[in-house]
Design a protein. Structure first.
Length: 259
């Protein structure tokens, strides 16, 4: 049974005061509803807008492509700065709204949330697949292994996609299940989404693996009181060549971001 983790949330409401108004003239309301793990961004359609969450010199950027976006506050307790940014030229952005938020009761339930980049709620194919995979399974380890085996055996790496990926890309988990292909970001998001929907704390990690040159994505899962590392993308590429171990050694990985 899922733990309660949406009891309170921060709502960031973005709206256009008139149909003809430009983004620079728009009004924003960033509201903190007590301590929580999730920001919800509601906005009108537009482009060249992104969100940034900053804490202790760590900056996380998020796409604001939809009317409603949920963004995790996963960097522990303390003061966060939330900014709405507008692109001005090339890679340059200006701040069009800013708010400070103090979080006091942050815990690992943020790694159950349906939030960017792991949207699992209302994903019908994901829930159906989860129910099929989890049928008659009891322990978290059995469930993690079932999801791992499914992804490694069924999802193929999409080389065309990786060469044309946009900077604001967010995985669509139902689409990954339907197409049965994706990039490492998709593998890790799908793995996390299925397990989170079952109430198993799972992180999506971005960074580097010691024998790969490209930026990579993998997972950490909370099992028996410890975070263990799982890399479905890497193992999918080797599954037909050798016997694999689901849990990896963390020394082979260099973490840059976690969600």
């Amino acid at each position: 049974m899922l733990k309660r983790f949406f009891s309170v949330f921060i709502i960031v409401v973005f709206f256009i005061t008139s149909l003809g108004q430009a983004y620079g003239e728009s009004k924003y309301n960033i509201k903190n509803n007590n301590d929580n793990e999730i920001i919800i961004v509601s906005k009108n359609y537009g482009s060249n807008i992104r969100g940034m969450v900053e804490k202790d010199n760590k900056k996380y950027y998020y796409s604001l492509n939809n009317e409603v976006e949920k963004i995790p506050l996963q960097l522990g307790n303390g003061e966060y700065t939330v900014k709405i940014l507008q692109n001005t030229n090339g890679n340059k952005y200006k701040v069009i709204e800013k708010e400070s938020i103090n979080i006091k009761n942050n815990d690992i339930d943020v790694y159950l949330s349906s939030s960017q980049p792991i949207y699992w709620e209302n994903e019908d194919k994901l829930i159906q697949l989860k129910n099929e995979l989890m049928k008659d399974l009891i322990t978290d380890k059995e469930k993690v292994e079932a999801v791992y085996n499914y992804i490694v055996k069924n999802i193929k790496y999409d080389y065309n996609k990786v060469s044309n990926i946009s900077t604001d890309y967010v995985p669509d988990l139902d689409n990954i299940i339907t197409s049965k292909k994706g990039i490492c970001y998709d593998y890790a998001a799908l793995f996390a989404g299925i397990l989170r929907s079952e109430g198993i704390h799972t992180k999506l990690i971005k960074g580097y693996k010691n024998d790969l040159t490209a930026y990579h994505a993998w997972n950490e899962v909370y099992l028996d009181g410890d975070w263990v590392l799982v890399d479905t993308t890497y193992d999918a590429s080797l599954s037909s060549l050798q016997e694999l171990s689901m849990i990896k050694f963390s020394k082979a990985y260099n973490k840059d971001r976690e969600y």
